[in-house]
Design a protein around this ligand. Structure first.
Ligand SMILES: Cc1cc2nc3c(=O)[nH]c(=O)nc-3n(C[C@H](O)[C@H](O)[C@H](O)COP(=O)(O)OP(=O)(O)OC[C@H]3O[C@@H](n4cnc5c(N)ncnc54)[C@H](O)[C@@H]3O)c2cc1C
Length: 504
């Protein structure tokens, strides 16, 4: 083993929305920071692909095989690169709603509240939106939580087809708002992500050392078992050991849990920081269904998400529990989620030649329905030899079905309206649910809370058991709301950075 003889003030593991943001925020704190990232820089040509090749299911799988609930292996969709999953995200950065932090009643049970409130995170949301150049407009979405001012950047213009759809939906009584989107405006790589707004900032500092291709495989503790003493990583086939006064784990909801479980030792036989037995448990990911509609005229098939609809977020006629969010999916040739998802279409996409696939794509308007899920200790990440076992049964199904059927009836009404111009009536609205392999939205496996018997990290993100170990990624979420998790991951990372600046 090669031992790095420098002891860093801080070691950050992972550079996604959590770790990348944190590293950037600590760049100028005057402390030495080591950032260990398993991947490297993602080629520009591999980012933001907008081609039929995308829907052929071949991209964005790192070549790992994990095992699913049925015991069969599957290739997860996961990005190991500077920026993590933010390299292929839709860039929709939304705040959780005030009520998302409170306990919720669902049709099939209930979910606990966060022990943080919206007010606790609001100033960090403000900073997160500024840092990630979020373009949006306040006061259109009826569920929007209170904010101190408007977004710094107005919404970017959206595809003409979406603008027409917004007007068509308004006639159906539906409010479509501009999704708040991170946009860097760089001519080379315009979409905003954690590499651009986090890692690039960190790299400007002489105090930050970035090691790419550094896959952390184990955390070692001191003899008392109360502190992380060393971080073991594999770099170019060799084992390295790094030491730091404070270690922040930000490898994403699946890999952070896996790393803690793999780091078990005599003092922590069930895995590091796992006195509560909750590490790896409560895995959640929003239920995501795509729904397709026939476009009246061909469009580019290449554009991002633009419109959001939260009219059913807290319920609908005859149902007063949260159903979830609808958003347009963007052109299907540019949507990495769509590439994974609908079983019917993935079969079609495999059989059709490129030219026909392209024609189908440019004639399609796609929608995503997203519903939150409840934490369930039986849904979990566990170790299976050198691999990972993902045991997962989605819950809150009825609410999601209601959302999907509500949206189907809305789009059928849209098609029946003679004033509608951009979509056309068609007997079929193919739809499909995201399979298990879509784990980029995962959260919950290292849950946050004040009770060490029921949570893994405290309300700051610090392990209840190891005094110098923090977690700064989506794994700390106690619940999984319907809006995307990333802005909350970023806000929590900025909040943790403030704390670390005080204690380091
Ligand atoms: C196609 C797609 C679209 C999405 N769109 C949106 C959206 O529009 N809005 C939204 O809110 N969310 C979106 N998400 C989800 C969002 O990307 C994630 O919630 C967010 O990236 C989570 O941040 P994280 O820091 O927890 O993990 P990640 O971003 O996954 O980062 C984890 C990092 O850790 C590194 N790592 C992992 N293991 C190790 C190890 N052992 N050693 C060293 N490094 C390691 C990884 O390489 C990666 O850099 C999308 C996800 C996908 C896949």
């Amino acid at each position: 083993m090669i031992i790095d003889d420098h002891t860093y003030d801080l070691i950050v593991i992972g550079t996604g929305a959590g770790g990348g943001t944190l590293a950037g925020a600590l760049a100028e704190c005057g402390k030495s920071v080591l950032v260990l990232e398993r991947g490297g820089a993602m080629d520009l040509s591999d980012q933001n692909v907008a081609d039929v090749e995308l829907v052929r299911n071949s991209r964005y799988h790192p070549g790992e095989q994990w095992f699913g609930t049925d015991g069969d292996p599957f290739p997860p969709q996961m990005i190991y690169a500077l920026g993590g999953n933010s390299k292929i995200w839709g860039g929709v950065l939304e705040r959780l709603r005030e009520q998302d932090f409170a306990p919720q009643r669902h049709l099939d049970g209930s979910s606990p509240g966060w022990e943080l409130s919206y007010a606790d995170l609001a100033p960090h949301y403000d900073r997160a939106e500024r840092l990630y150049h979020v373009h949006g407009r306040r006061s259109v979405d009826p569920t929007e939580p209170p904010r101190t001012g408007d977004y710094l950047h107005p919404p970017r213009s959206i595809e003409p087809v979406l603008e027409s759809l917004r007007a068509d939906l308004a006639r159906q009584g539906v409010t479509a708002y501009d999704l708040p989107i991170s946009w860097s405006a760089s001519p080379l790589d315009p979409s905003g992500d954690a590499e651009r707004f986090g890692v690039d900032v960190a790299e400007l500092s002489a105090q930050v050392t970035l090691r790419t291709g550094a896959r952390v495989i184990r955390l070692h503790v001191n003899p008392s078992g109360r502190e992380v003493k060393g971080v073991q990583a594999e770099i170019d086939g060799q084992n390295w050991l790094f030491t730091g006064h404070v270690v922040v784990l930000a490898a994403g909801a699946v890999n952070s849990a896996a790393l803690l479980l793999r780091s078990c030792n005599d003092q922590h036989p069930e895995g590091l920081a796992n006195g509560s037995g909750q590490v790896g448990r409560n895995l959640m990911k929003p239920q995501l269904s795509s729904i397709l509609q026939l476009a009246a005229h061909p469009d580019s098939g290449r554009y991002g998400p633009g419109l959001g609809i939260n009219d059913y977020y807290w319920g609908d006629k005859n149902v007063s529990v949260p159903l979830g969010q609808i958003r347009n999916g963007g052109g299907v040739l540019q949507d990495p989620l769509f590439a994974e998802s609908p079983p019917l279409l993935s079969l079609v996409t495999r059989l059709l030649p490129n030219s026909l696939l392209e024609q189908l794509a440019v004639r399609t308007v796609s929608w995503w329905a997203s519903s939150g899920v409840r934490p369930d200790p039986a849904n979990r990440v566990s170790l299976r030899g050198e691999g990972l076992q993902i045991t997962y049964t989605p819950n809150n199904r009825e609410a999601h079905d209601r959302l999907v059927y509500r949206w189907l009836s809305t789009i059928k009404a849209l098609e029946a309206d003679p004033a509608t111009t951009v979509v056309r009536a068609f007997p079929l609205h193919p739809r499909g649910e995201s399979p298990l392999a879509v784990l980029g939205f995962a959260c919950g496996t290292v849950r946050m809370g004040s009770d060490p018997t029921r949570s893994v990290v405290d309300l700051q993100g610090r392990s209840h058991q190891l005094v110098n170990l923090y977690v700064a990624d989506a794994s700390v979420f106690p619940t999984c709301p319907a809006v995307g998790p990333a802005l909350t991951v970023i806000a929590l990372a900025l909040r943790l950075a403030e704390h670390l600046k005080r204690v380091l």
